[in-house]
Design a protein around this ligand. Structure first.
Ligand code: MG
Length: 374
């Protein structure tokens, strides 16, 4: 027999007797547990707030593909695409666009991509047919796994995380910026693929920003896994690329003008490139000897800086900054900004007194300044 036992209790509410049953373990600890979701909302929760309607803007509609773009559809053919189940893409190409061929299944790009900026235009079937999720439904699946929902949300209701602009089942759009059925609508998307450690553990989730008709609908959201219906889907360990896939949900949604640009990675510096200042300690008297005013010898608008000591460092006051900048010593006459490439290199005269300094910041030319005697 299980150690679990059932206890029956009797609670009186408002004069009526209610029999309550609760499960308890042998230690009398309740077995009832909550099952949290990442957002706190249940997937497809009909109580989740619907986004406010926003006026669409057309700043990217019919945006021409930049010269360095990967053109996925230029109005002529589906050569860049194949059926998601193998074989040629059998959707219908017409009038400079193409449409879902209901029943033919999803199509996907032959090439796989990771980090990308995507431009895609779509139009809901006109006249509109159906309600809820059964109304002009398709979808743009980045890496074949993360769906940015395509659906007719123009004056049409469905659960918030399944509306146009939703990262399906995870994030409703910030606004409902959809246009009427038949009107061309533009998606502009920035996608960062998930990153994994060599052992396959997730290091960084996939991130998505998206504009729908010029309105920001997803703001750098972190996906909790593949988008899904009914249950959570975990990331596929180690997978950081995949095809762009378009969904066949049985509705003849139209597409045109699809291109993407691969995004470079922001890499950290290599050990050889890393330049963290190796700070040295200088006697206070040596630091004090460098303090003073230094001026650029210019005809007009010459720069003047003030150098003072603060503890083991110097402060550099620039005329166009309200607060002074700390500069740290890396050699007796060389000081650098702790966080920025640049700093001051002092020069002494034959008597050992500071007589000049050179200011450098970033890629600007070194600026020689002479000490001003007061
Ligand atoms: Mg869909």
């Amino acid at each position: 027999m299980s150690a679990r036992k059932v206890r029956l209790g009797r609670i009186v509410l408002g004069g009526s007797a209610v029999v309550a049953a609760s499960l308890a373990t042998a230690g009398d600890q309740p077995r009832v547990a909550s099952i949290p979701t990442p957002s706190g909302w249940r997937q497809h929760d009909v109580h989740r707030p619907k986004p406010t309607v926003a006026e669409p803007a057309d700043w990217s509609l019919a945006a021409p593909a930049p010269p360095d773009a990967v053109v996925l559809f230029d109005g002529r053919n589906l050569d860049a695409w194949e059926s998601a189940s193998g074989g040629p893409a059998e959707w219908t190409v017409a009038d400079g666009g193409f449409a879902v061929a209901p029943g033919k299944g999803a199509i996907r790009t032959k090439e796989e991509f990771g980090d990308v900026q995507i431009h895609l235009e779509w139009a809901s079937p006109d006249p509109a047919v159906g309600t809820g999720q059964n109304r002009g439904n398709s979808g743009l699946f980045v890496m074949g796994a993360f769906e940015l929902q395509i659906i007719d949300s123009y004056k049409a209701d469905t659960y918030a995380d399944g509306m146009a602009g939703a990262l399906y089942g995870q994030y409703p759009p910030l606004y409902n910026a959809t246009k009427p059925p038949g009107a061309w609508q533009a998606y502009d998307i920035a996608f960062r693929a998930p990153r994994f450690s060599p052992d396959g553990a997730l290091r960084e989730p996939a991130r998505v920003s998206a504009f729908l008709n010029g309105v920001l609908v997803q703001d750098n959201e972190s996906l909790v896994g593949g988008t899904s219906w009914l249950e959570a889907v975990a990331y596929e360990p180690g997978v950081s690329t995949g095809p762009i896939e378009l969904q066949d949900h049985g509705h003849p949604v139209k597409f045109r003008n699809i291109w993407l640009r691969k995004l470079p990675e922001r890499r950290p510096p290599t050990d050889a490139e890393r330049q963290e200042p190796k700070v040295v300690a200088l006697p206070a008297a040596e630091l004090d000897a460098l303090a003073g005013s230094y001026a650029e010898q210019a005809e007009e608008r010459g720069l003047t800086i003030e150098v003072t000591r603060q503890g083991d460092d110097l402060l550099m006051r620039l005329p166009f900054r309200a607060t002074p900048l700390r500069i740290v010593p890396i050699a007796p006459l060389q000081f650098v900004l702790p966080y920025t490439q640049g700093g001051l290199t002092f020069e002494k005269d034959e008597k050992g007194r500071a007589k000049a300094v050179q200011l450098t910041i970033g890629d600007g030319s070194p600026r020689p300044l002479k000490r001003v005697e007061k």
